[in-house]
Design a protein around this ligand. Structure first.
Ligand SMILES: N=c1c2ncn([C@@H]3O[C@H](COP(=O)(O)OP(=O)(O)OP(=O)(O)O)[C@@H](O)[C@H]3O)c2ncn1[C@@H]1O[C@H](COP(=O)(O)O)[C@@H](O)[C@H]1O
Length: 108
């Protein structure tokens, strides 16, 4: 299994890029363009993931999901949120069936 620490290392780079020159860094250029541009990239990568899945193209599914995770991480970083916020939410949900969770939501 590959160590999840790569996500933390990339997240640390994304934080550093807040101080970088948008001409020399793709991530800085996205921060400079702002929330709408970052959201647009997230939507584009989600759409490209769907197209790869429809084509049953395993290599492109992995590439597009990586692009989707990456741009989602840029979005988190843009709002001062971290990978750990998402991992903590996964941990909170761990073992809770989506079916049970939905039932609890609709009866509340
Ligand atoms: N993981 C990534 C990563 N994944 C994808 N991309 C870039 O995301 C961009 C958008 O992907 P697309 O497929 O939409 O490409 P495109 O059509 O050319 O893009 P647009 O012109 O539509 O914006 C491409 O330029 C990819 O190179 C990434 N850019 C950076 N990283 C990480 O972020 C770090 C910082 O990057 P810089 O800020 O550029 O130094 C890097 O060291 C990496 O660890």
């Amino acid at each position: 299994m590959i160590d999840i620490e790569v996500l933390h290392r990339v997240a640390a780079t994304l934080a550093e890029r807040k101080k970088a020159d948008p001409d020399s860094s793709y991530v800085s250029s996205l921060y400079a363009k702002g929330t709408d541009a970052i959201c647009k990239k997230v939507a584009e990568e989600a759409a490209e993931t769907i197209m790869a899945a429809k084509d049953k193209d395993m290599l492109h599914i992995v590439w597009e999901v990586t692009d989707l995770w990456f741009h989602s991480m840029v979005l988190l970083s843009h709002f001062g949120l971290s990978v750990d916020d998402v991992l903590a939410e996964f941990r909170r949900r761990e073992g809770v069936s989506g079916i049970d969770e939905k039932k609890a939501r609709t009866t509340a």
